[in-house]
Design a binder for this molecule. Structure first.
Ligand SMILES: *Cc1c(COP(=O)(O)O)cnc(C)c1O
Length: 360
């Protein structure tokens, strides 16, 4: 079969070893999963309650427009209902945007490292990719601007950035957007928005009033703890969103996902509680790194990136103690766990440092 040429350079997403496999291979009784930025406290109990009696509806297609969820999200964000597009996770919204905008004669600008899916879809669409190295883990906005030309369809700002955890502040973001041509879409991926505590973090939704070429992405997978149900969304200019809707599959979000997301959104106390505990855990981990002179990027998310050339060794040492983290070419990313998981992690990390030295 002759597939698109650009697929030949790609590999299908490889799920890592399962927790069960790792337990077996390493002879571990317990595994703490700190590799996917999931909410260690799960989701609001209200989400589970809302799903309890849905089995009679499994045979019925969901509401393709997700109208009830749409109304709740619109009111929560104070935007119009027709400014929102839903996806089976934010991953799908990223795919929809890429499919709708990118062509082989266009290009797209993004940071490196950043969230992997922006690049993947650009490759599939055959677009040129302009990756701009981060500086101290931060988007280099000036260099990104200098790479935008008349063929640039999308510029991606991951805020806070995955995997570095750093953020672009309000002034810098506004200044950047005001200098991007109005034909180029600026996508602001705020998958970790709920966790942010910095006071100068952008009020990105208010930018939508002034800029038709801005789109803001959010998800129910991270702080809301619904990664297994797949629902995320983008907010933007009405006319633009209606164009994107053409490329969305009619029943992309399931009934279960919609109903759980509605219930989770209503339970803001749960989110606030998780955010507080995350902040504490993040502070403890950052203080630990400072104390041990471990190089890290200051984070506004529910993870921290440790810069090290000994990532592989550190990854293995942590795995032997029962922690799965995420390995990158120049370091590791650790998700903030529960209070107890974090306490145990710091004790075990200390032990690793005593035996093997500081991972720099
Ligand atoms: C996790 C993540 C997403 C995708 O999340 P979904 O589970 O598909 O909603 C998108 N962007 C960033 C930056 C992420 O970290």
């Amino acid at each position: 079969m002759l597939v698109k040429n650009q697929l030949l350079s790609l590999k299908a997403y490889e799920p890592g070893k399962s927790v069960e496999e790792i337990k077996k291979d390493y002879g571990l009784a317990k595994i703490t999963k700190l590799n996917s930025n999931e909410n260690p406290y799960g989701s609001s109990p209200k989400a589970a309650e809302a799903l309890a009696n849905l089995s009679s509806q499994f045979a019925i297609y969901p509401d393709g427009g997700a109208m009830n969820l749409r109304a709740k999200v619109a009111s929560h964000l104070d935007v119009d209902e027709d400014q929102i597009i839903f996806g089976a996770g934010l991953d799908e919204v990223i795919q929809i945007i890429s499919r709708a905008l990118l062509t082989p004669d266009s290009n797209t600008v993004m940071a490196s490292p950043t969230f992997s899916q922006y690049k993947l879809h650009a490759v599939i669409e055959g677009a040129e990719i302009r990756e701009i190295a981060t500086v101290d883990g931060c988007h280099d906005l000036n260099t990104m601007l200098s790479q935008i030309d008349s063929q640039t369809r999308i510029v991606w700002i991951c805020n806070p950035n995955n995997p570095t955890g750093t953020y672009v502040n309000e002034t810098a973001l506004k200044n950047f957007i005001s200098r991007v041509p109005k034909e180029t879409l600026v996508v602001i991926d705020e998958a970790y928005y709920e966790y942010v505590t910095a006071e100068d973090f952008p009020h990105s939704l208010s930018l939508l009033k002034d800029f038709d070429n801005v789109m803001v992405l959010r998800t129910f997978s991270k702080a809301y703890g619904l990664a297994g149900l797949r629902v995320g969304y983008g907010v933007g200019n009405k006319e633009f969103i209606q164009r994107l809707e053409v490329t969305r599959l009619p029943f992309n979000t399931s009934r279960l996902a919609q109903i759980a997301a509605e219930a989770a959104l209503e339970d803001q106390d749960f989110i606030q509680g998780c955010v507080k505990i995350n902040e504490k855990g993040l502070n403890e981990l950052q203080a630990f790194c400072k104390r041990h002179k471990i190089d890290f990027y200051p984070s506004q998310a529910n993870f921290i990136f440790i810069k090290t050339d000994k990532g592989h060794e550190l990854y293995e040492s942590l795995l032997q103690k029962g922690y799965i983290v995420r390995l990158f070419p120049n370091g590791i990313r650790i998700t903030i766990g529960t209070e107890e998981e974090n306490k145990n992690l710091l004790a075990d990390f200390e032990d690793i440092i005593v035996k093997a030295g500081t991972p720099n």
